[in-house]
Design a protein around this ligand. Structure first.
Ligand code: FAQ
Length: 311
């Protein structure tokens, strides 16, 4: 009966073992995973746009090749994540519809513009840095397909962070104008990067349950602190500052203290009022519509190929 199934599910979670697609799971667990994995997939796909803005203007052939590869990696991450969500009984078409009708979210961070080449560096360093901090623990998520997708994604994100750091290092140690451009990008991306981790724990409706289910392994505030502690020494190596006068080492806590985050900005951006929300979603819907013939051709090819194999 249901009690027995629930007991087995709870025991699997308690033993730190994985839940797999064919296992029974409570509906809330399934819905939470669909929500989180879909939002994560949407973020990867929408997240291609800010950096793609610079592919045609990358400052050298090498930088262009690296950036092309990075943006393609993000598309790949989106595809693994949609595949992981599909194991929970939703279709990719349904998830696209939920994104396009604004019923599902994508990360707040991708609603900010990339104004200069240094923004590509700042995204790699800070946004991919935040992504790794959040995603490494997701490799131990209790849901098998999500955890396994995260392993490869994290390896690629580490390369992405390194390339962002490299762009900023070069700019920071370049001409005064280049240094200033790097500093300006970091000033603009710092606070939005801290918001990527989600609302503070006492205002996060999903954290407690997701921790109990082993979906999240750390709270939003714990991960935000880990990120700050990782980034501050890297900023020193870059020769750049972070735009927070209250940022300082706290020997008692063994962590960096940081100033207050403007949560009204976060809620405005996730509510659709960020600088680029309209543009990002419009571009996404246009690309999806314009690509309909490719999906139709691929489906027709697969159907024909299937018939030939059967014959
Ligand atoms: N943006 O109760 P919580 C990348 C929503 S990295 C938008 O704390 P939860 C790599 C949240 O969904 C970025 N919405 O929720 C890359 C919920 O709304 P709902 C993607 C946010 O789920 C780099 C409500 O607020 N990474 O793409 C945000 O327990 C460069 C309440 O929040 C992931 O998605 C936000 N920042 O914790 C690609 C990681 N924060 O659903 C291209 C996986 C919160 O009730 C270029 N996701 N919300 O309507 C997670 O770890 C979690 O879902 C959190 C939120 C931590 C994001």
């Amino acid at each position: 009966g249901l009690d027995e199934l629930t007991a087995r599910f709870e025991a699997t979670i308690a033993a730190n073992e994985r839940i797999e697609p064919r296992d029974w799971m409570p509906d809330g667990y399934r819905q939470t995973l669909i929500r989180q994995i879909a939002q994560h997939a949407h973020s990867e796909i929408i997240g291609m746009q800010p950096e793609a803005n610079w592919i045609t203007r990358a400052p050298s052939l090498l930088r262009k090749a690296i950036l092309l590869a990075k943006v393609q990696d993000e598309a790949g991450h989106g595809l693994y994540l949609y595949a992981a969500a599909e194991t929970l009984g939703v279709s990719r078409a349904e998830l696209f519809e939920l994104l396009h009708s604004r019923k599902q979210k994508y990360s707040s961070i991708f609603n900010y513009p990339t104004l200069t080449w240094a923004d590509v560096g700042a995204i790699g360093w800070l946004v991919d840095g935040a992504a790794i901090t959040n995603q490494v623990p997701l490799c131990r998520c209790s849901y098998g397909p999500y955890a396994r997708a995260m392993i490869r994604i994290c390896k690629e994100e580490s390369f992405h962070q390194r390339q962002g750091f490299d762009i900023l290092y070069r700019l920071s140690h370049g001409t005064p104008a280049q240094h200033e451009m790097a500093q300006d990008a970091v000033n603009r991306w710092w606070w939005p990067s801290l918001m990527m981790f989600g609302p503070p724990d006492d205002q996060s409706p999903h954290t407690a349950q997701s921790m109990a289910w082993g979906i999240k392994r750390f709270t939003n505030d714990e991960l935000r602190q880990k990120f700050v502690d990782m980034i501050v020494p890297q900023a020193a190596v870059l020769g750049l500052t972070l735009p927070d006068p209250q940022l300082r080492w706290n020997p008692e806590r063994g962590h960096y203290d940081f100033g207050p985050i403007d949560w009204s900005e976060f809620y405005r951006v996730i509510g659709g009022g960020g600088p680029c929300n309209e543009q990002r979603l419009r571009h996404r819907i246009e690309a999806y519509t314009a690509g309909a013939w490719v999906r139709e051709a691929a489906a027709a090819y697969a159907a024909k190929h299937g018939q030939r194999t059967a014959a």
